[in-house]
Unconditional design. Structure first.
Ligand code: ZN
Length: 296
């Protein structure tokens, strides 16, 4: 229960803080012949099904595993064979232990396993996380990239360095024209960048640019949080982050304090579209300021 309280404090939104997992519904959206996006609570899921095996990207929170399995069972009778974690955060890896016990092989960047193995402190959220049990840890780790040849698709998983954390992976379902960005992309929400887990705004911008290069106007883009996106929406996200972070970097160089930077409202024209989610404009500015300050 203590762990659950910690999980809920991560999403300090009034609506989510009250959340009872028993009320969460898993919704399924078909994106191609073999790829689906599933949403519930926590990070968005990606799913590839077909003649070979069930491949799942992220697994939200442990109490949701039966509902996620039930949603998958409506598409295929096969069990989940692979789980790919986009990064170590518990709203993306909470189902690992359950799915591992059920026979899935858990795959992630090596830093995901490292961070899940130890206690972490997410500085910006003032939150301590416990080491995960052995059964929740990825059993296959990679350093730069790995490809899964499944279900008629080529599922290319690439590490994007120092982005939302130090262990992010972006997943390209190449034949299907779908990209899962993990938390390097929050669609229609100011993104959280976990500075204390090695995240940098430059890395998030680079991850967005990489996905823009690998996509076209028909590509469907699954963000870590927020609704399914188009390439144009990912471009708008990249431009928003580049514009705001450049302003804050300039102000830091000019010796402005955090309070002065907040007062200058460097996010003003973006707030209506991006500022109503997990981070309000002031918190977003504070997060970027501290991230950029550390990177100097
Ligand atoms: Zn995250």
């Amino acid at each position: 229960m203590r762990r659950l309280a910690l999980l809920l404090s991560f999403f300090a939104l009034p609506a989510v803080a009250q959340q009872d997992f028993s009320k969460v519904e898993i919704r399924t959206e078909k994106l191609s012949d073999t790829v689906y996006m599933l949403t519930g609570a926590g990070g968005n899921l990606g799913l590839s099904v077909g003649e070979d095996a069930v491949f799942l990207v992220d697994d939200q929170f442990a109490p949701l595993t039966p509902k996620i399995e039930a949603a998958i069972a409506k598409i295929t009778p096969k069990p989940v064979k692979f789980v790919l974690n986009t990064h170590w955060h518990f709203d993306h890896t909470g189902g690992n232990e359950n799915l591992g016990k059920a026979g899935a092989l858990i795959v992630a960047h090596e830093n995901v396993r490292k961070r899940m193995s130890v206690e972490n402190f997410i500085d910006f959220l003032g939150m301590k996380t416990k080491p995960d049990p052995r059964g929740a840890l990825p059993v296959v780790t990679f350093t730069s990239d790995v490809t899964f040849h499944l279900n008629g698709d080529e599922i290319y998983v690439v590490h994007v360095p120092k982005a939302h954390t130090d262990g992010d992976a972006v997943v390209h379902f190449r034949k299907s024209g779908v990209i899962h960005m993990g938390d390097t992309f929050f669609n229609k929400l100011y993104p959280f960048i976990d500075t204390s887990s090695g995240g940098t705004v430059e890395g998030v911008i680079a991850a967005a640019e990489g996905a823009l290069q690998a996509s076209n106007e028909r590509t469907k883009i699954i963000p870590g949080h927020g609704p399914l996106a188009t390439r144009a929406e990912l471009q708008a996200y990249r431009d928003m982050l580049a514009t705001i972070s450049a302003r804050i970097r300039d102000q830091l160089r000019a010796g402005r304090t955090l309070e002065q930077v907040k007062a200058a409202k460097p996010t003003a024209e973006f707030d209506a579209a991006w500022g109503k989610g997990f981070l309000n404009p002031d918190r977003f500015v504070e997060m970027l300021y501290k991230n950029l300050e550390k990177a100097r």
